[in-house]
Design a protein around this ligand. Structure first.
Ligand code: ADP
Ligand code: GLC
Length: 473
């Protein structure tokens, strides 16, 4: 049995802003099947504190400016270690942003505190339990490998990069406060273009690096996708690999989804489509009902959809969108005045299930996408994904081409380059295929039969943990 500590800033179903939470929430159960006992260290935000009534396992007199406690709690099958530090985490609203919509000014300290405690757990502050391996997620856990190295704690770490756009940047003058030594403020250390980067600290000091799809692993080492860290990643090429995300089938299965009218085959989608149209106030139409469930940010390429939308609507297609994010994108979608377009600004987990069940197609026109989960939900629910050819979208969707159609294996549509013109072409192709019921139904069957569970990827993580425990250097 391997004992692993997962360090994450979000974890479904307790607290979620994106796919990281889904991954952190699903991986422990999938790893248990592989002989890994995983405990999850997470900040004690209000939502976590109210859900996780825990037992006190450690007290810390002062942690980045205030007292802290560590609580152990079991919630929905997760074995949590909750860092209760009210001066850092007892804040209403978004876990990352203040009421002004900007990052909390002390985000570096907040997550450095999480990392400090993770390193202390690895060093044995809990007494009887200490991990064989620490699995760190994104920049918020990036300082863990650095602290472990600095402390001389002989527990190896793996860093998973879910999104390189978030790098945990702090000014150099925070180094002392963050527990970073002067000698490490160099290009080979944690210095990054005149700042500190917590993500870079993880990339430099973790024993192994992973990201969430094989294609994104290759992309990350290129200037176009590496966002300034491609050189550092090329230097660690031998230790970097892509392990595709799965989805939690106990949450995302149309056969037993409590949010929808359950169905076993795509035929069962009709009732859900009717209900979804009614819920969104959309009329009957001949074309495909396309859905989007997404953060509204530059990454997701939804501005391209704004421009490509007339193509879809001209063919009798419809759009139902659920999302929130950058105000200009929210406003642009809210401003669309068309009976066949319905927009919900906000975050609504239950509605996202109903959309997955009721939609004909899900659109994911991302400029970059480390893995992407909504196209996987789409596959599972027979809602055909229309995706950009990038990152995990490239690895998970079999595009309809003459070759794949001849073989009868296509599961969706892919477009490249990531432009309005290419998206419009894909939407036209979507409408063409939608009109050919036999082919459409076959693609839905293919999609629903795709393996999207966590099992193979959990096996890959477990093998990686074993390897790094045996051969840390
Ligand atoms: P990312 O992590 O980059 O946002 P993913 O596709 O990996 O992208 O994961 C996004 C997750 O967040 C999915 O589970 C998706 O269903 C969910 N999601 C995104 N926006 C919303 C929303 N407005 N309401 C409900 N769920 C959302
Ligand atoms: C990130 C990525 C997304 C990925 C998710 C979980 O937020 O943007 O592509 O699926 O992390 O790994």
């Amino acid at each position: 049995m391997i004992k692993a500590l997962s360090v994450t800033s979000e974890c479904a179903p307790l607290v979620k802003t994106g796919g990281l939470a889904d991954v952190a929430g699903a991986l422990p159960a999938a790893l248990a099947e592989q002989g890994v006992q995983m405990r999850t260290l997470i900040p004690g935000y209000p939502a976590v504190m109210s859900a996780a009534k825990g037992k006190l396992v450690a007290e810390i007199d002062t942690l980045f400016g205030g007292p802290a406690r560590l609580l152990a709690a079991k919630v929905k099958g997760l074995d949590l270690l909750v860092l209760d530090a009210p001066h850092l985490f007892d804040r209403e609203g978004s876990i990352y942003l203040g009421p002004d919509g900007k990052d909390w000014p002390d985000n570096s300290e907040r997550f450095a505190a999480l990392c400090r405690v993770a390193a202390d757990i690895a060093a044995g502050i809990l007494g009887e339990w200490h991990p064989d391996i620490v699995h760190c997620h994104d920049w918020q856990a990036g300082l863990v490998p650095y602290y472990l190295r600095q402390d001389g704690t002989k527990v190896p770490s793996v860093l998973t990069i879910h999104n390189i756009a978030f790098q945990g940047i702090a000014p150099l003058n925070k180094a002392t406060a963050l527990g970073i030594r002067e000698k490490d403020l160099v290009a080979e250390g944690v210095e990054y273009w005149g700042n500190i980067s917590a993500l870079k600290a993880g990339i430099v000091f973790a024993e192994r690096l992973t990201t969430v799809s094989p294609t994104y692993a290759s992309e990350l080492m290129t200037p176009d996708f590496g966002m300034g860290l491609d050189g550092v990643l090329r230097g660690r090429r031998a230790d970097l690999r892509g392990i595709l995300n799965g989805i939690d089938l106990s949450v995302w299965s149309p056969e037993e989804d409590k949010q929808i009218t359950p169905y076993k085959t795509a035929r069962g989608k009709a009732a859900n489509k009717k209900a979804l149209r009614a819920e969104f106030g959309l009329p009957e139409a001949d074309g495909p009902l396309c859905v989007v469930v997404s953060r509204l940010t530059e990454q997701k390429g939804l501005d391209l959809l704004l421009d490509a939308l007339p193509t879809l609507l001209a063919r009798g297609g419809q759009l139902a969108l659920l999302g929130s994010g950058e105000p200009w994108l929210e406003d642009a979608f809210k401003g669309i005045d068309d009976a066949n377009v319905a927009v919900r600004i906000g975050y609504d987990e239950a509605l996202s299930h109903r959309m997955m069940a009721g939609g004909d197609a899900i659109l994911v026109p991302s400029r970059f996408e480390p893995c992407g989960l909504t196209q996987l939900y789409g596959l599972r629910y027979g809602t055909l994904p229309v995706v950009a050819l990038t990152g995990g979208l490239a690895d998970t969707v079999i595009p309809a081409t003459s070759a794949t159609m001849a073989k009868g294996v296509a599961t969706g549509l892919q477009f490249y380059p990531v432009t309005t013109a290419a998206l419009s072409t894909a939407l036209t192709q979507l409408c063409d295929i939608f009109a050919q019921t036999k082919i459409w139904t076959k693609m839905q069957r293919n999609a629903m039969a795709q393996p999207v569970s966590w099992a193979p990827s959990a096996a890959a993580y477990a093998a990686l943990y074993r390897d790094v425990i045996e051969r840390p250097a």
